[in-house]
Design a protein around this ligand. Sequence first.
Ligand code: MG
Length: 280
Amino acid sequence: MKATALRILAALGCGIPFNFLSANGLPPLDWEELAETNPWQYTELHREVPVVQPGSAGSPPSDAIALFDGTDLSRWEQTPFGEGVAVPRTEVYLRRYLNGGDWGPATWTVENGEIVAGQRQGAIASKRAFGDMQLHLEWLVPELEGKGGQEYGNSGIFLMGLYEVQVLNSFENPTYANGQAASIYKQHAPLVNASLPPGQWQSFDLIFTAPRFSEKGTLVSPALLTVLHNGVLVQHNAVLQGPTSFIGEPYYLPHPPKLPIVLQDHNNPVRYRNIWVREL
Ligand code: MG
């Protein structure tokens, strides 16, 4: 009896004699019959997948856009973004950015192939804008005498200039959970604390889905963010409630699908290196 006939009998509630079943209790597949129609081909996707050469320590994958490779800050500029105090203020910065303007070259320093975060020089932004992305960067908080809490190595990655992933020394340095390293600042604490001590390089790998807005500016879908801190999953497709807000509840501001990546100046000598992004 053909396997299909057995399935029809089974569907009709007819008992199938045991000797028609294979050892695991299922009807045996009739490969000769199946070969007449090759039904497995209907679920095969026949197209070419782009080839990417994976990166190695210190070098990005072949299709990544390097934003800092240890040489200079030619791909960065000063920016009006990157404060995150409150959404109404952020709206002003967003408008200022969208109205254009010359923010001048990035004034942060480069030392030993590393960026040293500004100290009251203002934030810097990638000249190129990004939306959905995979972002890799490495950062280091130097040992700082007499510093603690939010003052020990504070900086941050503002995706689209609006949504901050916190950079901070969170190794034996307590602070509020949704303000420690790898938090989505004031919105999501990291799932675990994967911090290394000050003086050691740490990595962030971020997978970001930008929010979508209708033509009228209403939110269609919120921003989503996954974060690996030193290779450990610490944010798992977290849903963002709006731009980072130090004071007050966040809420969305409509904005273009692509905006720059911003590094925060929080008056701390945090270092960055090996920054690359892949557009998704
Ligand atoms: Mg910060």
